[in-house]
Design a protein around this ligand. Structure first.
Ligand SMILES: [Zn+2]
Length: 115
């Protein structure tokens, strides 16, 4: 769990762009700037779970699986990831930098059932 936590905190714009592509990263950054990320929580496996309050409500989860970034979202992206997961990663890094606590997700969190 700790290692995953550190991995997220060390992600750079270049890493995110290599993972998601320029367009998704820039749209994800805008999603973050519009403050659409809600109720950031940590999963037991060291991932991040959040709601995205956009034109509709989406549940998003970002994890490291076998050393690779992996995301799931109820927007069902056609690509391997979506703008929401980028926004969630940025929000997470901002929380770490500002030393804002991120609570663990409860095992019955509705987002787990949606994803
Ligand atoms: Zn999404």
């Amino acid at each position: 769990m700790i290692s995953s936590y550190h991995r997220f905190s060390e992600l750079t714009w270049v890493d995110l762009t290599l993972w998601a592509g320029k367009k998704i990263v820039s749209d994800g950054r805008e999603c973050f700037q519009r403050k659409e990320v809600r109720e950031l929580s940590l999963t037991k496996t060291g991932g991040i779970l959040a709601w995205i309050d956009a034109e509709e409500l989406f549940a998003t989860r970002v994890e490291y699986e076998e050393g690779e970034l992996y995301s799931e979202c109820t927007c069902h992206p056609i690509e391997n990831t979506c703008i929401h997961s980028i926004a969630v990663i940025i929000e997470f890094i901002v929380h770490l930098k500002k030393k804002i606590d991120i609570p663990p997700a409860k095992s019955n969190d509705r987002r787990f059932f949606l994803l």
